[in-house]
Each structure stands twice: as structure tokens, then as C-alpha cells.
Design a protein around this ligand. Structure first.
Ligand code: ZN
Length: 239
């Protein structure tokens, strides 16, 4: 599944004005680009896309469910070190599914900075929604400023925010790019994620060390050859 181009759902998230290109595997992925549809991104919902909120969480119920899962898997829960495991697992998942809120601090681009701003190798971890197993890696996030600049730490915060929920890497990549596009109205956005998926390395094909790469490009980072090449040079991928 990771060999194919992304299309479909991700394309729906593209903000107006910045058509998006998403790719999986070899990047960038301009071949097989799907027809772009009108944006459905809603600024009011930009941080409300959280699928699980703390208010929805029932830790006692989750604890019972984990106990039931262990029982169903034939695990003996009587040993001292396992007796509290259901509660620990419930708490751990609750934490992994609770995004940290953050304020987008932006500044006017008074001096007209017009080169790429790129944060490279931002570490992240998220949960694969197909297996509830983690995928971890690094994100490279960049934009070509328009009228606003974003506080630098926020580039990492955005990745962290969208990681803390059930995800697929393709969607996470696009959500980060969409958020930047909507929040900053930049001239271009580029996001590349490289991650190892526990569901691929620990089980199934057991492809330990295989990294899945995804990209989402918009505006001049996608359309202008020089900017695109510069972005990929800065993030250490070949264009
Ligand atoms: Zn998975």
C-alpha cells in the first residue's frame, strides 16, 4: 500500500488558493497527480480536528477493555507485574491520543523575507490507526513566507499537535501542510515525513528499518522548479 501515490481523501483537505500535491514513496510525486477539488478546509475547525478529546475518554472503560483484550489473548493477568497493565495501557493510549493545544504565534513579515524557512528533522511519533501501533520518525517542514512569519518552535508544535491522534502518515503530512497554508497564507509549503512503522517492522513483512516517506507540497514549493529543488536540498532529499 505504501508504493502507491496518495490521492483522494488527502486532496479534500487542501486549502483554497494553494493546490496541494501529496506523494508517498519516491518524492516528489508529480506523476499521477489527481485532479484537484475545491477546498473544504475550515479555518474555524483547524484545531478542532481532534478525533478524541479528553472529555470523550472513559479511562475506567478503557481499562476494562484492555483487561478483556488480555484475557481474550490468553494472558495470565494474575502476576504482580501484569496486574496493573490494563490501567497503564489505558492511560498510555489516552496520553497518545490527546493533542497538546498550542497558540499559533505569527509575526508580520515587515522586512519582506522571501526565502524558504525550513525546520529539518523534527522528531515525532504517532499511532497508526490500522494497528494502534506507533510510527516514529522525523518531519521536515518548510514554507516560503508571504505576509506573516511563524514562530520557529511552532513548526515543531504543529507536527506534534497532529501526531497525537490515530493517524496514517499520509494524512498527518497533509494536515501539517494544510495548517501552515491556512494559517500563514504563505507563497508555498513543503512537508516531508520519514517514519518507521512498528506495524511494518515488528509484524507482517517485518521490514525493520524500512522508512516510509510522504510529502505534501503546495504553491511555489510545488510549482516553481528552483524553490522546489531548494526545498528538497535543504531537507536532504533529492528532488
Ligand atoms: Zn499500521
Amino acid at each position: 500500500m505504501y508504493m502507491s501515490q496518495t490521492s483522494g481523501a488527502e486532496q479534500d483537505l487542501v486549502p483554497a488558493g494553494l493546490a496541494m500535491e501529496s506523494g508517498v514513496g519516491a518524492i516528489p510525486a508529480s506523476a499521477g497527480r489527481t485532479k484537484r477539488r475545491p477546498a473544504r478546509f475550515d479555518r474555524r475547525r483547524r484545531l478542532a480536528t481532534v478525533e478524541v478529546s479528553e472529555g470523550d475518554m472513559d479511562l475506567a472503560r478503557a481499562t476494562r477493555a484492555v483487561a478483556e483484550l488480555l484475557d481474550a489473548l490468553g494472558v495470565d493477568r494474575n502476576s504482580e507485574s501484569v496486574v496493573d497493565t490494563p490501567q497503564r495501557v489505558a492511560r498510555a493510549y489516552a496520553e497518545l491520543l490527546t493533542p497538546e493545544p498550542f497558540e499559533a504565534t505569527t509575526f508580520p513579515n515587515d522586512e519582506g523575507y522571501d526565502e524558504l524557512v525550513v525546520a529539518r528533522s523534527i522528531p515525532f511519533s504517532s499511532l497508526c490507526e490500522h494497528h494502534l501501533l506507533p510510527f516514529t520518525g522525523v518531519a521536515h517542514v518548510g514554507y516560503l513566507p508571504g505576509d506573516r512569519l511563524l514562530g520557529l518552535s511552532k513548526l515543531a508544535r504543529v507536527v506534534g499537535h497532529f501526531s497525537r491522534r490515530l493517524q496514517i502518515q499520509e494524512r498527518l503530512t497533509t494536515q501539517v501542510a494544510d495548517w501552515l497554508a491556512a494559517e500563514l497564507r504563505p507563497k508555498g509549503v513543503g512537508v516531508v515525513l520519514e517514519a518507521e512503522h512498528a506495524c511494518m517492522s515488528l509484524r507482517g513483512v517485518r521490514a525493520t528499518g524500512a522508512r516510509t516517506m510522504t510529502s505534501a507540497l503546495a504553491g511555489l514549493v510545488r510549482d516553481d522548479e528552483r524553490t522546489r529543488a531548494e526545498f528538497f536540498a535543504l531537507v536532504g532529499c533529492r528532488s
